[in-house]
Design a binder for this molecule. Structure first.
Ligand code: ADP
Ligand code: MG
Length: 322
């Protein structure tokens, strides 16, 4: 079973940033309004995520590390009506298989919390502890028992870049949640609760505000809101390109093409438009289960989405005279 855990772990956890993504999603699923992320050495030695969410009972805390014990999928129907981000019940089991993990958690209704330590899927201690309402996961020495994976990790600056990317994706999708990120003791982001526009500005800097053109469209197939960057601010690299579908960051070369098509004639050669586009679709019309890291999804009616998106952006660019 330990071997099964380690193999499955490799699917879910590729690098420190994957751990951050899973922990952030769990905190959001737990209803947190404040989430703090602390990393050391680009997450290679320490990743700590603290939330003020609903916490766990002693039993749930123990169960949270059991593979599939908490899977929210009870039937095929459930898969298509997911309100939460987690649904396979394997992230924590995977992380616990390949790191030293410490969990501290307390529910509002409990006077005393629970602290559990796990190393390589083995519970090494479990005790009652004093801890604020909510949950802290501390993940140390990632891949300590898989040297090949540990050696495969890139330099701290590259791994930190991946962490920042995940952090930005999640925090852009949830502006009503307060987020912070610290690396080796210094604060990289401190994001207060706000709206979509201001969250983008808080992440990418004050000058971003004047660059944003709002996009809005409401059809039976999709609701779109968000922003595109004015063409004169297009980048030489694909930095600021974000699609969110039902609050999840996704990658979609096809929809990216729709955006680029809307900019036709407006961009210089080799310039990439910035965009922050939030799509809401009927969960039944997408399949988010085609990749374990869940950044790629399949739409039933891709072609209509393409057309709607392109014309909504064209309309916005025209309206704002750009
Ligand atoms: P999944 O998110 O797919 O259910 P995970 O392995 O990520 O599986 O988490 C297992 C379970 O542990 C969750 O379903 C949830 O019940 C609980 N859990 C994990 N993180 C938190 C948290 N930060 N706050 C409260 N409960 C949590
Ligand atoms: Mg999860």
């Amino acid at each position: 079973d330990h071997v099964a855990n380690q193999i499955a772990a490799g699917e879910v956890v590729q690098r420190p940033a994957s751990v951050i993504k899973e922990l952030l999603e769990n905190s959001i699923d737990a209803g947190a309004t404040n989430i703090k992320v602390l990393v050391k050495e680009a997450g290679k030695t320490l990743i700590q995520v603290t939330d003020n969410g609903k916490g766990m009972s002693l039993t749930d805390a123990r169960l949270s590390f059991e593979r599939h014990a908490t899977s929210k999928i009870n039937s095929a129907d459930d898969l298509f009506s997911l309100k939460t981000k987690g649904f396979r019940g394997e992230a924590l089991a995977s992380i616990a298989a390949i790191a030293h993990v410490e969990l501290k958690t307390r529910r509002d209704e409990d006077e005393i919390g629970t602290c559990i330590k796990i190393e390589g899927s083995e519970v090494v201690s479990q005790e009652a502890c004093v801890t604020p309402e909510g949950t802290t996961f501390c993940v140390k020495n990632l891949f300590y028992n898989i040297p090949a994976r540990r050696n495969f990790l890139k330099s701290d600056s590259v791994e930190l870049r991946h962490i920042i990317d995940e952090f930005q994706r999640v925090s852009l999708a949830h502006p009503s949640i307060q987020f912070s990120l610290f690396h080796n003791g210094s604060e990289l982001f401190q994001l207060p609760e706000t709206n979509f526009r201001q969250r983008i500005v808080n992440i990418f800097g004050g000058k971003t505000n004047e660059k944003l053109v709002p996009v809005e469209e409401d059809t039976d197939i999709v609701k779109v809101h968000g922003f595109v960057g004015k063409p004169e601010f297009a980048k030489k690299s694909r930095g600021e390109q974000f699609f969110f579908v039902n609050d999840r960051f996704i990658k979609s070369p096809y929809l990216n093409h729709a955006v680029v098509a809307a900019f036709e004639g407006l961009l210089k050669d080799k310039a990439y438009p910035s965009y922050f586009l939030y799509l809401e679709v009927d969960p039944k019309s997408i399949d988010i289960n085609i990749h374990p890291t869940k950044t790629e999804i399949k739409f039933d009616d891709e072609h209509s989405l393409y057309t709607i998106l392109r014309s909504a952006i064209k309309h916005s660019l025209g309206q704002f005279n750009v």
